[in-house]
Ligand binder design. Structure first.
Ligand SMILES: Nc1nc2c(c(=O)[nH]1)N[C@H]1C(S)=C(S)[C@@H](COP(=O)(O)OP(=O)(O)OC[C@H]3O[C@@H](n4cnc5c(=O)[nH]c(N)nc54)[C@H](O)[C@@H]3O)O[C@H]1N2
Ligand SMILES: Nc1nc2c(c(=O)[nH]1)N[C@H]1C(S)=C(S)[C@@H](COP(=O)(O)OP(=O)(O)OC[C@H]3O[C@@H](n4cnc5c(=O)[nH]c(N)nc54)[C@H](O)[C@@H]3O)O[C@H]1N2
Ligand code: SF4
Ligand SMILES: [Mo]
Length: 732
């Protein structure tokens, strides 16, 4: 792997550029089509924010005579800086997608058979209301759980709290960034958050451990990363696969999957043993450093070599490189951190490495974000909850704080403990692809008396519902305000730029109508969402009209680094950066991270790894005609030598069989030097099985289907999913 030439690396990085260019071509097709339908009248440019992922970039939509022409970045928006990522640009396709849900549906045969009757909104709300009222009487309101992902879920969250349920979850905690937030909070007393508070742009040295920026397309991060590359930042990439980011790296470390903790410990030992840490910073803000230093010094690069396969000299050199640029060295915390089940501790090790380098709160490390907070709508207090959330009974996972564990709710739905869950309300999350072990999800679903799915397309999860509610896409609706914490405080608006084509409705409308039918009208005192938004904005001295025009309102600039006057604050029990964690020791966990060996693939099997493609988001963009044009199915990355040994050529279609005998749909082989021999890799979100979505049906293979095993993080209940092994099934 190390022998790949620089030229080859550069060729690889060109891939994303080609993608963007091709996208522009497809966008043109739509534009032409749109133009031919419309009699050229005036052009309207309407600001809003994107929903092709959760980054919420500000956009400008170009609308001509009632036809959506194109979307581009809003130059006033700090997240997009006037540029959308390829997915965001392709957002127009979400509106034009021919396979969209058009009207409410009620199931007319067995769950999962995808047979429906089209009904009116009134009929569907009556159906849901009857069931929810009955559940409330028979089991209590806490027998309903809400799964929702993204800002569109906020009105349903409100509805469920008004109804009396405390159970509300998203896959973004236990299947995504939960372990990272817990690891950082245990160390610094605060989370990394979203958007990440990473000062990529000003970093002089950037360490990416699996974070595949460039394929992971979170816009601001990618823009900052390319500026850092232009500024000749020293980049260190640790990944079993030669990612796009690796092509920009000074050091590429093709680590054996699952051994990052060993590398992190060895890096910290070099920095401690060679006195390369930020001594002043640690003396001022740290606690427990002595114990930490004593314990960490045992982890030599030679020891780590045996686990990781990384040359000890490279480990030393890269540790020194990081120290040379401190505190402007950013060891990126990653985002999708649920890998091996010891993820909160691995994330804590990343936090500690940053602490040694003094990068938390410093320029080129982690800045201190702030939010232009807009007061909440002045609702009446919610009814008192009769029961605790049931995702984490008896605080089994003691550090699962803040957010609920999705898989915990699933477990309780199966077992009926600590109490019964009989209804799932699912908003904008495809649990079939997002949760590990699909069989368990189906088992839980079979225990339900009511399953409602709100989606925009007939997704896999919608296929299992009793009731499907068709939502208007983000370009056709208002949502709640975006005032995410960032480098500068701002508030952004999502507003309709075009009408929904059929009988699709926005989430706020559904929540209000349903709330009223459920007798919760007092919790929906606003006439419509405009009144709701205007009320909130007026409490801050603004108005909806003002925000609709600009798209973005910004607050005054404030300092974001300790060195510029931000008062350091560490909300840990000691009020310091905890090199030794008493909280962890008291709960029976390692107060200083240790290495755990993870099971290795048996002979003939390979670890299944997965990640992102620049033009798709999880499983939600595959039917988008613009994005599908660019990337219609995923491929299986197989090491070239390995492929040769198995007689596999580029483009061959094979199936994968996992350790539990689950066989995937056929997937095309991509034989490449860019991956180790002990693992294979695919882009997540493909191999979808919804029969109603003809454009995506069995296109490529699903990693999620093969993730039958998962390892639960004992600290916080996250589900490590990179613990599955696959072998090749040659006959297709
Ligand atoms: N095996 C495996 N599992 C994973 C991951 C992985 O890489 N591999 N990644 C994990 C991570 S990091 C995350 S964050 C989660 C993501 O998990 P999810 O957020 O569940 O992601 P999606 O699979 O895209 O599901 C989104 C659903 O919302 C629907 N949708 C899209 N737009 C709208 C809208 O405007 N309104 C409504 N109502 N619905 C809409 C889509 O059609 C789709 O059904 O998955 C996690 N699970
Ligand atoms: N285009 C696009 N961008 C996205 C998303 C999307 O759906 N599409 N989703 C967004 C979301 S919610 C998330 S959470 C992020 C996820 O993106 P990230 O947090 O950046 O990455 P992961 O999905 O965790 O990891 C994938 C990378 O880790 C490598 N890897 C796998 N196993 C190991 C290992 O054991 N050690 C090391 N060092 N590396 C390993 C893989 O080869 C791959 O390059 O992406 C975000 N950005
Ligand atoms: S990162 Fe891309 S997909 Fe996500 S909000 Fe921004 S433009 Fe949209
Ligand atoms: Mo995620």
């Amino acid at each position: 792997m190390n022998s790949l030439s620089r030229r080859k690396f550069l060729k690889i990085s060109g891939a994303t550029v080609v993608t963007a260019a091709a996208l522009a071509g497809s966008a043109k097709t739509i534009v032409n089509a749109a133009e031919s339908f419309s009699k050229k009248k005036g052009l309207e440019i309407i600001p809003s924010y994107c929903d092709l992922c959760f980054w919420k970039c500000g956009l400008l939509a170009y609308v001509k005579d009632g036809e959506l022409w194109k979307v581009e970045g809003n130059p006033k928006d700090p997240l997009s800086n006037g540029r959308l990522c390829p997915r965001g640009t392709g957002g127009v396709g979400a509106h034009y997608d021919k396979e969209r849900l058009k009207s409410p549906l009620i199931r007319k045969s067995e769950r999962g058979e995808e047979k429906w009757v089209e009904v009116t909104w009134n009929e569907v709300f009556d159906y849901i209301t009857d069931k929810m009222n009955k559940l409330k009487t028979d089991y209590g309101p806490e027998s309903m759980a809400l799964f929702s992902h993204g800002i569109g879920g906020s009105f349903f969250k409100h509805m469920m709290r008004a109804y009396g349920s405390p159970n509300e979850t998203a896959p973004s905690f236990a299947q995504c960034r939960g372990p990272r937030e817990v690891g950082f909070e245990l160390t610094f007393g605060d989370v990394v958050g979203s958007p990440e508070r990473t000062d990529i742009e000003n970093a002089k040295c950037i360490v990416l451990i699996g974070s595949h920026l460039g394929e992971n397309m979170h816009n601001t991060q990618v823009q900052e990363f390319s500026r850092a590359v232009e500024n000749h930042a020293s980049i260190i990439v640790v990944d079993p696969r030669f990612s796009v980011a690796a092509s920009k790296a000074k050091y590429y470390l093709p680590i054996k999957p699952g051994t990052d903790m060993a590398l992190l410990l060895a890096w910290m030992s070099v920095i401690v043993n060679e006195n390369l840490f930020d001594a002043d910073y640690i003396a001022k803000y740290g606690i427990g450093f002595e114990q930490f230093a004593t314990e960490i010094s045992q982890y030599t690069p030679e020891w780590a070599y045996i686990e990781t396969g990384i040359d000890p000299e490279v480990i030393r050199e890269t540790a020194r490189e990081m120290a040379m640029y401190k505190p402007a060295t950013l060891v990126h915390p990653g985002r999708h951190a649920t890998w091996y089940g010891d993820d909160a501790q691995r994330s804590r090790a990343i936090a500690l490495l940053n602490a040694l380098l003094g990068s938390w709160g410093r320029k080129g490390g982690f800045y201190v974000p702030y939010s232009y907070s807009i007061p909440k709508y002045p609702y009446a207090p919610y009814p008192e909850l009769k029961k605790e959330p049931l995702d984490n009974p008896d605080a089994k996972y003691p550090f699962a704080t803040g957010e609920q564990i999705s898989t915990g709710i699933r477990e309780a739905t199966i077992s009926g403990n600590p109490y019964s869950i009989k209804g799932w309300f699912i908003y904008a999350t495809n649990l079939m692809q997002a949760l590990p072990n699909r069989e368990e999800t189906i088992k839980a679903i079979q225990n339900l008396d009511l399953m409602v799915v709100v989606d925009v397309i007939p997704s896999e999860i919608a296929g299992w519902a009793d009731v499907v509610l068709p939502e208007s896409v983000y370009l056709e609706r208002y949502d709640d305000l975006n005032a995410s914490p960032f480098r500068e405080g701002f508030v952004g608006i999502r507003q309709p730029v075009i009408d929904a084509p059929n009988d699709q409705k926005p989430n706020w409308w559904m929540a209000k109508k349903l709330g009223e039918k459920l007798g919760l009208g007092a919790y929906f005192p606003w006439k419509d969402v405009e009144e709701y938004l205007d009320t909130r904005l007026k409490l801050k001295g603004h108005s909806l009209d003002e925000l609709k025009k600009e798209g973005i309102i910004k607050g005054a600039l404030q300092p974001i680094y300790f060195e510029d006057g931000v008062e350091p604050e560490f909300l840990t029990p000691s009020g310091k950066i905890e090199f030794y964690s008493t909280q962890l020791a008291d709960a029976g966990f390692d107060p200083i991270p240790r290495f755990t060996k993870h099971p290795e693939p048996p002979a003939g099997y390979f670890r299944l790894l997965f990640g992102r493609a620049p033009v798709h988001t999880f499983s939600k963009t595959q039917s988008n005609p613009l994005l599908r044009d660019l990337f219609s199915e995923n491929e299986l990355w197989v090491n070239a030598d390995l492929a040769e040994r198995y007689g596999l050529k580029n483009g061959d279609r094979i199936k994968l069989k996992n350790q539990d005998g689950v066989v995937s749909d056929p997937i095309k082989v991509k034989a490449t030097e860019r991956i180790r021999q002990d693992c294979v890799y695919m882009v997540h979100g493909f191999g979808q099985k919804s029969r109603q979505l003809r454009s995506t049906y069995k296109k490529g293979a699903s990693d999620a289907e093969l993730v039958t095993q998962y390892k639960t993080d004992p600290l916080m209940g996250g589900t490590g999913m990179s613990v599955n092994f696959v072998t090749f099934e040659m006959e297709v």
